[in-house]
Design a binder for this molecule. Structure first.
Ligand code: PLP
Length: 439
């Protein structure tokens, strides 16, 4: 499989070096080392086009939306709604009012758990998730189940890191009121067969939420083709600003939701002695002043990736993933987690036998390489592997094969205790097993 690169089956990419000038932060150095940023699954860096969109908004248009009958406010309202429509087009939603802006994926899942969850799930019901979920798509459902007396069903994931469709199907039945599944694993980059999973769930009349946080930066997402009932993601992982994300929902489902938070922007009118009349979605679910600049910046981020082109982006991802696998397989004591042949999307996770992932991460940092090490907010999934954590390389359009080669060379000299010896109070190293795996 790793011969794919050396045999030339994956052709070289036009991205990488050519787009680096778009990202000002990549000029930073850490001592003698240029920044090698390989923690893109945590957050991606921002291109000038997105930074400009933010600055332009604040310089030219800044005012509050929907409440001001003056030109500037109307321009801000138009720009915010244009951003919503641009994201509708990017994910192929049918209607702009199916796109709700949230602060991110976590906020979107919590919104859904507190609205849809509270109305649809009661004692004796079930909510189905998979064993590879990020805590943000696990804990809101777990809490909902704990407070309602429902049962959280976790579809197990095998050590190869995939959700088997038959195991997922076996978990579905009349008691299940929702399935909430990751599109792409944030630990292994595994791509779940979400279209088929949604099809299975729909045969039972079960709606599905897809957590697309790690999918949207790497592949074109078509919510109608997937037939997703709900789909959420964070803007900051797709080169957009922090603090903005999206909850997509089919109109007939979203429009039935009660407001999540109440307050300004959610009401038609309020009197003291009559029931409150709320406005329709999406404003009904966006109480208070939204992140207007963030929405505009997110639309600019989608424009940016669309200009690069999804075909190029996916080719570039494949190239880097396979180059990373090839590099890691050449190093003694390195084990790649999951099934490298499963075509991971933009992410490769590994461990170095006998060396704590924090030591590996700290060692790479000394070479200017930024990676994530630990459990990646996916504690249950990491437990599947019996590891204390992994080191995760996650790629973006500006990463290069030369950076992967630097990682390979740096790993050749990694030693136990490099970083952890200097950070003895680190919670992760606590001898009490109950306090381990907190990160
Ligand atoms: C799969 C997945 N879901 C949810 C989240 C949470 O995203 P955010 O912190 O932007 O809300 C992440 C973040 O890493 C993620 O990878």
């Amino acid at each position: 499989m790793t011969d794919l690169v050396s045999s030339g089956k994956i052709s070289t990419s036009t991205l990488g070096e050519s787009v680096r000038p778009d990202f000002p932060i990549l000029e930073r150095r850490f001592g003698p080392n240029p920044l090698v940023y390989l923690d893109n699954a945590a957050t991606s860096q921002k291109p000038r086009a997105v930074l400009d969109a933010l600055v332009n908004y604040y310089c030219d248009v800044n005012s509050n939306i929907g409440r001001g009958y003056y030109q500037l406010s109307m321009a801000a309202t138009d720009a915010y709604e244009a951003a919503r429509d641009s994201i509708r087009r990017a994910i192929n939603a049918e209607h702009a009012d199916e796109v709700v802006f949230t602060p991110g994926t976590t906020a979107a899942v919590n919104l859904l758990a507190d609205t849809f969850g509270r109305s649809a799930v009661s004692a004796g019901d079930q909510v189905v998730v998979t064993g590879m979920e990020h805590n943000s798509n696990m804990l809101p459902w777990r809490r909902l189940c704990e407070t309602t007396g429902a049962e959280l069903v976790v579809v197990p994931v095998g050590p190869e890191g995939r959700v088997a469709i038959d195991r997922f199907a076996a978990a579905l039945g009349p008691r299940v009121k929702l399935a909430a599944v990751a599109h792409v694993s944030n630990v292994l980059g595994t791509v779940n067969p979400v279209r088929d999973m949604i099809g299975e769930a729909h045969r039972h009349g079960i709606p599905v939420l897809v957590d697309g946080a790690q999918a949207v930066p790497h592949r074109p997402v078509d919510v109608r083709d997937l037939d997703a009932d709900f789909y959420c993601f964070s803007g900051h992982k797709i080169y957009g600003p922090m603090g903005i994300g999206v909850l997509y929902g089919k109109r007939e489902l979203l429009s039935r939701l009660e407001p999540y938070q109440v307050g300004g922007g959610t009401v038609k009118g309020v009197t003291l002695d009559e029931p409150v009349a709320y406005v329709p979605v999406p404003a009904r679910l966006e109480a208070g002043t939204p992140h207007i600049a963030g929405a505009i910046g997110l639309a600019a981020a989608f424009d940016y990736v669309q200009q690069l082109g999804w075909t190029e982006i996916q080719r570039h991802d494949d190239l880097l993933v396979y180059a990373a696998i090839e590099a890691l397989e050449s190093i003694a004591r390195v084990r790649i987690l999951g099934d490298p042949a499963a075509q991971p999307s933009g992410i490769v996770s590994f461990v170095v036998d006998g060396i704590h992932p924090y030591d590996v991460g700290g060692h790479l940092d000394r070479h200017g390489v930024a990676v994530r090490s630990g459990v990646h907010c996916a504690n249950v999934f990491i437990d599947t592997f019996g590891e204390v954590g992994t080191v995760r390389l996650s790629f973006a359009v500006y990463n290069t094969e030369a950076e992967i080669d630097l990682v390979r060379r740096a790993l050749a000299t990694v030693q136990p205790g490099f970083w952890t010896a200097e950070h003895p109070t680190e919670r992760f190293l606590a001898t009490d097993p109950a306090t381990q795996n907190q990160h």
